[in-house]
Ligand binder design. Structure first.
Ligand code: AMP
Ligand code: MG
Length: 490
C-alpha cells in the first residue's frame, strides 16, 4: 500500500512515549463516508481513499507504507481523580502528514482494536458514537471553532458489546496533534523530567515554533496553551457548546476541541446545563467550562515547574503569573464575541447589555441559538421582534431589553442591513441539535439508513447561511430539550 506521504515525528520520541501496535483487522469494512475536502487538504487522493486499498487502510486492515502505528501513553484527571495511566486504549496513530498549508496533522484510527493501554476495554467503537463524533466535529469546524477533524467513518461488519450488541465502526480522526495535558502528567507523575522536557520541545516545535526560539521557551509554551484554551472555551460558550468531559486527558495542547463523547449543544439557555449521564454534579456544566479549563491548565503548569525556573518557588511564581492571564484572554474573547452576537462590536457597554439578555433568556427558557439568530432579523427592524419575543416564557422580558438594544444600535449608526449581515456571520442558524443527532444515530444503527447522517452533515456544513429548504433543522425540540442525556462514547 502506498499513497500517503507520511512524515512521522512522534515515533522519534523515546520509546516510553508510546507502544508500537498495528490496528487489528476487522471482518467486513464498508466505507460510510469519506471527507473528500479534508482528504484533499491533507494532500491525499480522495479516490484512492474511497477505493478498496484506501478503505482497508481506514478500517485498520492494512498498514500503509510509511505508517508507523502507535498507541500513545498519557495519564489524566477524570472528574478530578488522577489516573496515572490511561493512554490510547482504542486508538492507533498511523502517522503524520504535512498538509497543503504546511501544517503537520496526525492521522489516527479510533476504534482500531486493543492496545497495551486498553485495560479491560475491547479497543473498539460503536457506530453511534463514531457518527456523533464525525458529525459534531465537522459541524464545529464549519462553525470556525478549532477542532480535530473527521476524515472517514468505516463500518467494521463486527458487533461491539455494550449494554447491547451494537454495530462497530472506526473513525479516522485528524488532529494538529494528540498531545494532551494528560500526556505531560504521565511523565511528571513518574518524576521523568527528561521526558517532560522532550515532550515540551516536541510540542513547541509543532504548535509554537516561534516560541521555541524565545529566551524562555517553556514559559512561552505554557502561555501558548493557556491562550489557545481561553480562546477555545470562549468560542464554545458563544455557540452554546457543552464539551461534557473536560478531563485533563481530553484537553489538547494544540487548542483543538477533542473527544466528542458526551458533548451536546444548549437548546434553552441555562448555564447550569450538563447533559452527560456521568456528570451528576455538573462539574462540566456549560457555565463551569472556563473555570475547569483553568483547573486543567493548572495541572499542566504543575508538570512544567521543573522547566520554568531554576528553583521551585520562582517556578511557581512564573506559573501563577501565566495562569492569571487566562481570565483576561478569555474575557476579551468571550465579551468581544457577545458584543458581535448582538451587533454592537466596539461598543464598550455591549457585553453588559448581552449579559442582561442572557439573564433574561435563562429566566425564560429561551432557546440560545434561535434567540441570537432571530435577533439578526430584529436588527433590520422591530417588525421581526415577534420571532424573538415568542421564544421567551414572558415575552415582555425581551421587549424591555430590546428598547435599550435599539438605542445602542441607533447610536452605533451602522445600517441595519450591515448590522444584520455581521450578526448572521457569528450567530449560526444551524447547530447539531441533540434531537436531530439522536434521530440520525437511530436511523443508522437501527435501520442501516445513513440518509439522515448525510442530510444533517450537508446542512451543518453551512451553519451561518439561511437554508430555507432546511429550516426545520434549525428548530428547537418540543419542550426546549429539557432532560436530554448523553453517554460517554465507549
Ligand atoms: P474517553 O472517555 O473516550 O476519553 O476515554 C478514556 C480512556 O478510556 C482512554 O484511555 C481511552 O483510550 C479508554 N477507552 C475508552 N473506551 C475504550 C474501549 N472501548 N477500549 C479500550 N479503552 C477504552
Ligand atoms: Mg479521551
Amino acid at each position: 500500500m502506498t499513497a500517503i506521504p507520511f512524515d512521522n515525528s512522534y515515533v522519534r520520541l523515546p520509546d516510553r512515549f508510546f507502544a508500537r501496535r498495528a490496528p487489528t483487522p476487522v471482518a467486513a469494512p464498508r466505507l460510510i463516508r469519506l471527507n473528500r475536502p479534508l482528504a484533499a487538504k491533507l494532500g491525499l487522493d480522495p479516490d484512492w481513499l474511497a477505493g478498496p486499498a484506501g478503505v482497508e487502510m481506514l478500517a485498520g486492515n492494512g498498514v500503509p507504507d510509511g505508517a508507523d502505528p502507535i498507541a500513545t501513553a498519557y495519564a489524566g484527571h477524570q472528574f478530578g481523580n488522577f489516573v496515572p495511566q490511561l493512554g490510547d486504549g482504542r486508538a492507533v496513530l498511523l502517522g503524520e502528514v504535512v498538509d497543503r498549508d504546511g501544517q503537520r496533522r496526525d492521522i489516527q484510527l479510533k476504534g482500531a482494536g486493543p492496545t497495551p493501554f486498553s485495560r479491560r476495554g475491547d479497543g473498539r467503537a460503536a457506530l453511534g458514537p463514531v457518527l456523533r463524533e464525525y458529525l459534531v466535529s465537522e459541524a464545529m469546524a464549519a462553525l470556525g471553532i478549532p477542532t480535530t477533524r473527521a476524515l472517514a467513518a468505516v463500518a467494521t461488519g463486527e458487533p461491539v458489546l455494550r449494554e447491547t450488541r451494537l454495530p462497530g465502526a472506526v473513525l479516522a480522526r485528524v488532529a494538529a496533534s494528540h498531545i494532551r495535558v494528560g500526556t505531560f502528567q504521565y511523565f511528571a507523575t513518574r518524576g521523568d523530567t527528561e521526558a517532560v522536557r522532550a515532550l515540551a520541545d516536541h510540542a513547541l516545535a509543532r504548535h509554537d515554533p516561534e516560541a521555541a526560539a524565545a529566551v524562555h521557551p517553556y514559559r512561552a509554551l505554557l502561555d501558548g496553551v493557556i491562550a489557545r484554551q481561553a480562546d477555545l472555551v470562549a468560542a464554545w460558550l458563544l455557540v452554546g457548546f457543552v464539551h461534557g468531559v473536560m478531563n485533563t486527558d481530553n484537553m489538547s495542547v494544540a487548542g483543538e476541541t477533542i473527544d466528542y463523547g458526551p458533548c451536546a449543544f444548549l437548546d434553552a439557555y441555562d448555564p447550569r446545563t450538563s447533559f452527560s449521564s456521568i456528570d451528576a454534579h455538573g462539574r462540566y456544566a456549560y457555565g463551569q467550562q472556563p473555570g475547569i479549563a483553568v483547573w486543567n491548565l493548572t495541572r499542566l503548569a504543575e508538570t512544567l515547574l521543573p522547566l520554568l525556573a531554576e528553583d521551585e518557588a520562582a517556578a511557581v511564581e512564573v506559573a501563577e503569573a501565566a495562569l492569571v492571564k487566562f481570565k483576561s484572554r478569555f474575557e476579551a474573547a468571550y465579551r468581544g464575541g457577545l458584543a458581535r452576537k448582538i451587533g454592537l462590536s466596539g461598543d464598550p457597554d455591549a457585553a453588559a447589555l448581552a449579559d442582561d439578555l442572557l439573564v433574561r433568556m435563562a429566566g425564560n427558557r429561551a432557546d440560545f441559538t434561535l434567540t441570537f439568530r432571530r435577533l439578526c432579523d430584529a436588527a433590520e427592524g422591530p417588525e421581526a421582534d415577534a420571532g424573538v419575543r415568542d421564544l421567551f416564557v414572558d415575552p415582555t422580558a425581551y421587549d424591555a431589553w430590546a428598547v435599550r438594544w435599539r438605542g445602542r444600535l441607533a447610536e452605533a449608526g451602522r445600517s441595519p442591513a450591515a448590522t444584520a449581515a455581521a450578526m448572521r456571520a457569528v450567530n449560526p442558524a444551524f447547530i447539531p441539535r441533540n434531537h436531530r443527532v439522536e434521530a440520525m444515530i437511530a436511523a443508522a444503527v437501527e435501520q442501516d439508513d445513513f440518509g439522515p447522517f448525510e442530510a444533517l452533515s450537508a446542512v451543518l456544513s453551512r451553519p451561518y447561511d439561511d437554508q430555507p429548504a432546511h429550516a426545520h433543522y434549525a428548530e428547537a425540540p418540543e419542550g426546549g430539550g429539557a432532560g436530554y442525556r448523553t453517554f460517554c462514547g465507549t
